[in-house]
Design a protein around this ligand. Structure first.
Ligand code: 6PG
Length: 476
């Protein structure tokens, strides 16, 4: 009666994953650094399934059938390395160590290589959906070898969220691929949240609506193409009244958005890969700006526009425009995130199936949305699609939304409502579709001050103009 799988690290995510596994009929070995957590889980939820509580790492490892499947659910970074170090000498070739935390994919690559030396499999796995997802069915993004997935995959698929009967879990690719995709998921999550927040800000401070009315507008949107978990919870948050003061909850919360850092990793990695994820970057920066207390305090009195509200007829039309702008900007944010997946996949040789990623994000995770089926369909129709923007459905949606989108961005500028997400998304759209970009001028500037050379549209080779001399052109 050895356990099918083990979970070490029984804080809320680990505990809920262990319970989810047990509820699906798997016998689960439990381990935690301090045994108190293990006994608490047994006392409260022991009746939910077959658990094998253990006190030491040796007991834990001995309780598992071979090849062992061990899920590590501890803090990313040092604590993960410490647990792995303790585990490795106790394991035997063929055993599988799963890291279900939000690890950086480069750490996952390093750990995978190190464990491979010992004949062990290391499966860096993105898990999204928070506490509730871990218990009720998360979206799971495992990386690692196909051999490891063959042994581990069926268990993970059994506990993942299901959409149309299909599990929101698939083998993403080798080594760091799973954690890379989870990182981009979080970057998209940041962008999506920022866009929704901007839509709220426009309705509140442009159209003069109250949080309760805006909650209603979001509920309406959630019936249509914007249907998603984030829109749904936004309506809940906006509709909530603070029990202490009776004011809208959004008015009593400090307006400083925090972050644990996965959005920052997405942008850092995008910079390295040369992928313009401007929407994700704006979302990360918007959080940083919101937390820049001293700057905000100093800048509070700076002049703004004289016109600060829409008149009531315009305000009524505005909500429809904002919906269009939100949908269009959301397409851009996802297009950028999927571009980053494509670039990471090419850089590290992962061969990630982008349609499959959209498909496993349809349920369980924070960015789950009706919209993701469209992305899945786009990559199914053309697996090599260079950008989501040119897929037939999205091209049409962007075309239909663009006038409203432009109105929203210009109205925001006129009223002085900051919309870095909406406006950068529009700039990205206009830049990508441009015939000519002013990058030619930038090349001229670079050549002028640094002889950095340029390429011509009509001839091959690199050229330099003698800017300080007779301005003749030399081939370099
Ligand atoms: C998920 C979430 C989760 C993330 C938190 C916190 O997919 O379940 O993305 O993994 O860690 O939402 O993110 P921030 O603190 O950085 O906002």
């Amino acid at each position: 009666n050895s356990a099918h799988i083990g979970v070490t690290g029984l804080a809320v995510m680990g505990r809920n994953l262990a319970r989810n596994l047990a509820r699906h009929g798997h016998r689960v070995a439990l381990h935690n650094r301090s045994a108190a957590r293990t006994s608490a889980l047994m006392a409260e939820f022991g009746h939910e399934g077959a658990f094998v509580p253990t006190e030491t790492m040796e007991q834990f490892v001995a309780a598992l059938e071979r090849p062992r499947r061990i899920v590590v659910m501890v803090k990313a970074g040092g604590p993960t390395d410490a647990v792995i170090e303790e585990l490795v000498p106790l394991l035997e070739p063929g055993d599988i160590v799963v890291d279900g935390g939000n690890a950086h994919f480069l750490d996952t690559r390093r750990r995978e290589a190190a464990l491979r030396e010992h004949g062990l499999h290391f499966v860096g796995t993105g898990i999204s959906g928070g506490e509730e997802g871990a218990l009720e069915g998360p979206s799971i993004m495992p990386g690692g070898t196909p051999e490891a997935y063959a042994i581990l995959g069926p268990l993970l698929e059994s506990i993942a969220a299901k959409v149309d009967g299909r599990p929101c879990c698939t083998h993403v690719g080798p080594d760091g691929a799973g954690h890379f995709v989870k990182m981009v998921h979080n970057g998209i999550e940041y962008a999506d949240m920022q866009l929704i927040a901007e839509a709220y800000d426009l309705l509140r401070h442009g159209a003069g609506r109250q949080p309760g009315d805006i909650a209603q507008i979001f509920r309406g949107w959630n019936e249509g193409r914007l249907e998603s978990y984030l829109i749904e919870i936004t309506a809940e948050v906006l509709g909530h009244g603070d029990p202490l003061t009776g004011h809208p909850f959004v008015d009593v919360v400090e307006d400083r958005a925090e972050q644990k850092g996965t959005g920052r990793w997405t942008v850092q990695t995008a910079l390295e890969l040369g992928v313009p994820v401007s929407g994700i970057a704006e979302a990360v920066f918007a959080r940083s700006l919101s937390g820049s207390a001293a700057l905000r305090e100093a800048a509070r009195g700076l002049p703004g526009p004289s016109e600060t509200w829409l008149d009531s007829a315009a305000a009524d039309r505005f909500a429809g425009d904002v919906e269009q702008a939100l949908y269009a900007s959301k397409i851009v944010a996802y297009a950028q995130g999927f571009h980053q997946i494509q670039a990471g996949s090419a850089e590290y040789g992962w061969q990630i199936d982008r349609g499959a990623m959209a498909s496993i994000w349809r349920g369980g995770c924070i960015i789950r949305a009706r919209f993701l089926s469209r992305i899945d369909a786009a990559y199914r129709a053309d697996p090599e699609l260079p950008t989501l923007l040119t897929d037939d459905h999205f091209r049409e949606a962007l075309g239909a939304a663009q006038s409203a989108w432009r109105r929203v961005v210009s109205t925001a500028a006129q009223l002085g409502v900051p919309v870095p997400g909406f406006s950068s998304a529009l700039a990205y759209y206009d830049a990508l579709r441009a015939d000519r970009l002013p990058a030619a001028l930038v090349q001229g500037q670079r050549d002028f001050f640094g002889a950095h050379t340029y390429r011509r549209t009509d001839r091959a080779g690199s050229f330099h103009t003698l800017w300080g001399g007779d301005r003749s052109e030399q081939e370099r």
